[in-house]
Ligand binder design. Structure first.
Ligand SMILES: [Zn+2]
Length: 90
């Protein structure tokens, strides 16, 4: 699993501090940042255990006949299972 660093946040706030931007631009940057954070949280929610935060081992099964991909995960620390997710292969 790849680690997510918090370095990006620091750089952006330093940038704003050192180079005062227009309110519009700052608002735009904040918007992009919150969108990035939201996506990152989403990815993390699916790659770490909801119960203990441990690493999940993910298994992906592909059903070629029905055209579905089914993804399931189990926590390596507490054995909690994640809800299965299904995608269509389209
Ligand atoms: Zn766990």
């Amino acid at each position: 699993m790849s680690a997510v660093t918090g370095g990006g946040d620091m750089k952006v706030s330093e940038f704003i501090e050192n180079y005062p931007q227009s309110t519009e631009l700052v608002a735009r940057i904040e918007e992009i940042r919150s969108e990035e954070n939201r996506r990152r949280d989403l990815v993390q929610a699916f790659s770490s255990c909801a119960a203990c935060g441990g690493a999940l081992s993910l298994a992906v099964q592909t059903d070629w006949i029905r055209g579905l991909v089914e993804e399931s995960g189990e926590c390596q620390d507490c054995s909690a299972k994640t809800p299965r997710r299904r995608y269509g292969l389209h």
